[in-house]
Write a protein that binds this ligand. Sequence first.
Ligand code: NDP
Length: 296
Amino acid sequence: MSAQIIDGKAFAATVREKVAAHVTRIKDENGITPGLAVVLVGEDPASQVYVRSKGKQTIEVGMNSYEHKLDADTSEATLLALIDKLNNDPEVHGILVQLPLPGHLNEDLVINSIDPAKDVDGFHISNVGLLGTGQKSMVPCTPLGCLMMLRGHLGSLSGLDAVVIGRSNIVGKPMAQLLLGDSCTVTIAHSRTKDLPDVVRRADIVVAAVGRAEMVPGDWIKPGATVIDVGINRIDAPEKGEGKTRLVGDVHFDSAAKVAGAITPVPGGVGPMTIACLLANTLTACCRANGLVEPE
Ligand code: NDP
């Protein structure tokens, strides 16, 4: 293996430390405690794990955590009424509605009912527009975490060729916007892209956000490229025993690590940074709401 491992856990710990220090300062100097409200509708097991983890980490950095768990058959009107209450609650600086929502709820409608200033996921149409036009916005947590790791590892990204595989609203598209904002030459690939291996081979930076286990093999990677693997896929792991599973990314780690200059592992790469960035966004929202100096 030649690639340097980009340690998402270590990056995330640094972000959390900075957030915690800033929270302590505004508590002491301004008497304000940032608060994050997380709304979970239904009992999706993965979502329950994420929400628990978010709540725990929110408290660990000294913020207030408000969890709202609603039944799977909650009506849209009830959910919208809760969001309205949170929008008007001065103790709540960030609101996150855990996705996916049960099928009877209109996700776009729900997300766009969040006050954009409290939209710490950065999915509100206003924040999407602000990001797309290079204005101050709330930036989606997963792409923001990827960008921080890329900057931390490479320094300036200016002029580099970047390929983002995946064009979802929550990862692929905002990732591409952020890379463009850092003056990369950006290609967005997706399921209809012709000759994906050739497209990926041109890239100095590869961000894989597809949701297909180990889809990108090492021989697609340009030697020395930096690879950010967003994918989280659970596959069978008979080597660990009958019925056991393990998590892998969208990149075939062992072959890619022989060619890449640097690569994020799964788990331990993008995942931990996503929650750290959620905390950073909540702090930013709190500072903006109170006219305080924003964290860097
Ligand atoms: P989506 O399913 O919304 O989007 C997947 C994208 O991949 C689509 O744009 C799709 O193209 C593209 N795609 C599918 N098949 C291919 C293919 N064969 N070749 C090229 N492109 C393809 O997924 P998300 O963006 O929500 O998530 C992507 C992955 O990232 C998932 O594994 C998810 O679990 C993970 N994730 C991880 C997070 C973290 O914190 N680490 C946070 C969020 C997501 P098309 O548009 O043409 O259909």
